[in-house]
Design a protein around this ligand. Structure first.
Ligand SMILES: O=C(CO)COP(=O)(O)O
Length: 249
């Protein structure tokens, strides 16, 4: 069965609650497309108003992060149960900005992935290499390590339902997109890794996005590749361009 494309915006630390609602309303008609899944991953404080503003539309809401503990004394953190209760369906886990600036390691991310599934959220697990790693020729070794650690103990059925985002760090926010061939090669490598860890059926089902300077101009070429099942879009998700990415065909 063909995998349905999933185009997700990652708003990062942008948009106040009132700006968020204004953006949702601005994009409402532009992002209509029932052939793809459309997701807005928004800052925690924007979740409640964005869930409200997207009611009755084709857009689902995601979080950009969460903590793995159930509840308790974890000042500043947000639990999976809070996200679910607020109407969130997806959660980004292990974005390179969190791995880098907030020192999130694979053992923590594995706990977050487990908790997300336990709560009924769909994880969007990010992986990707630095420029130095690419130049050293260890891109796939590094990504395989990330995936194997972050998915430890996760079942085949869970993996079938999740999303993996390949985001080369050197392409994030730099305007320097991976070529569609480079992106395809790694997305295929990720699928092969899933096949090895689980089986062919799981590898065929899991959706793999590309992220890194995706925009209205390059989306169609990237999304035409056989192993690229969608995009995780940063900068271009904050403007009308996002509608063009969703309607890339
Ligand atoms: O990090 C990204 C999405 O998670 C990509 O960001 P840009 O699209 O701004 O490069």
């Amino acid at each position: 069965m063909a995998r349905k494309k999933i185009i997700a915006g990652n708003w990062k630390m942008n948009k106040t609650p009132s700006e968020a609602v204004a953006l949702v309303n601005e994009l409402k008609d532009l992002v209509k497309n029932d052939e793809v899944d459309v997701v807005y991953c928004v800052p925690a404080i924007d979740i409640v108003p964005v869930v409200e503003a997207t009611k009755g539309t084709n857009v689902e809401v995601g979080a950009e992060n969460m903590y793995f503990e159930e509840s308790g004394a974890y000042t500043g953190e947000i639990s999976a149960a809070m996200l679910v209760d607020a109407g969130v369906k997806y959660v980004i886990i292990g974005h390179s900005e969190r791995r880098d600036y907030f020192k999130e390691c694979d053992c923590l991310l594995n706990k977050k992935v487990k908790k997300a599934f336990e709560a009924g959220l769909t994880p969007i697990l990010c992986c990707g290499e630095s420029l130095e790693q690419r130049e050293m020729g260890v891109t796939m070794d590094w990504i395989r390590l990330q995936i194997k650690s972050d998915l430890a103990g996760i079942t085949a059925d869970q993996v079938k339902s999740m999303v993996i985002a390949y985001e080369p760090i050197w392409a994030i926010g730099t305007g320097k997109t991976a070529t569609s061939d480079q992106a395809q090669e790694v997305c295929k490598g990720i699928r092969d890794c899933v096949a090895e860890m689980y089986d062919e059926a799981t590898a065929e089902a899991v959706r793999i996005q590309y992220g890194g300077s995706m925009n209205a101009g390059n989306a169609a070429e990237l999304l035409a590749k056989p192993d690229i099942d969608g995009g995780l879009v940063g900068g271009a998700s904050l403007k009308a361009d996002f509608g063009k990415i969703v309607n890339y065909k």
